[in-house]
Design a protein around this ligand. Structure first.
Ligand SMILES: [Mg+2]
Length: 212
């Protein structure tokens, strides 16, 4: 899967934009809460995590195993629930006029078919890599030795820090679609820029790419 993306990028001299999917390109938290409601649970925004915050309508917290099982079923049927994040499609369409866009999702490969179909249905026709490997080495491979400017957008700090370690010149942007959880997020760490919206992310990316 990464091989075909590498082949398509090999001759490109355009800047590279690598984007996570859940909470960046597609909403995850609101649709996951809608799914949970369908099985008599709710996601309570009490702190910046899922485990402990998923509770039965009666108040009892779901175990970590139960949360894993809910996520598995949610991703299996994601096309019923997930929607584009606000301004994601329009912004990526604009940016893709002057940059190569690659979607990098930490989805287990068994769910990649339904995700690809959903992304295409919603108009995100960008190449996608689904892997549970750390993202830093993947981004480094995508940049390769082409010397192009690169930017990486993700809501999860460990992914941003992985890219920081493996692709030191890559612009790092922390973006999270969900307003409530975003306000609870801790500081994203050194060299990670926090964007409140796709429009703010676009300004940062264009400046880094010399396209502002
Ligand atoms: Mg994400």
């Amino acid at each position: 899967m990464i091989e075909s993306v590498l082949v398509s990028l090999a001759a490109s001299t355009r800047p590279l934009l690598v984007c996570d999917v859940d909470e960046v390109v597609l909403e995850f938290l609101d649709p996951f809460d809608a799914y949970l409601n369908s099985v008599d649970h709710r996601l309570h925004p009490d702190s910046f995590r899922l485990t402990g915050n998923v509770r039965h309508f009666g108040g009892e917290a779901a175990t970590a195993e139960a949360v894993d099982a809910f996520q598995e079923e949610f991703f299996r049927t994601q096309n019923k629930w997930q929607k584009p994040a606000r301004n994601a499609r329009e912004t990526l369409d604009r940016l893709s006029a002057g940059a190569d866009v690659v979607l990098l999702t930490a989805m287990p490969p068994r769910h990649q078919g339904v995700r690809r179909t959903l992304l295409d249905l919603l108009g995100f026709h960008f190449p996608m890599i689904a892997t549970e490997e750390p993202k830093g080495p993947v981004v480094r491979q995508l940049i390769a030795d082409r010397g192009v400017p690169a930017a990486f957008v993700d809501d999860i700090f460990t992914n941003l820090h992985s890219v920081r370690a493996h692709a030191p010149d890559c612009l790092l942007i922390n973006l999270m679609a969900n307003d409530i959880f975003r306000t609870m997020a801790p500081d994203p760490g050194e060299r990670v820029h926090k964007a409140e919206s796709w429009l703010e992310a676009e300004r940062l990316i264009r400046r880094h790419f010399g396209q502002d």
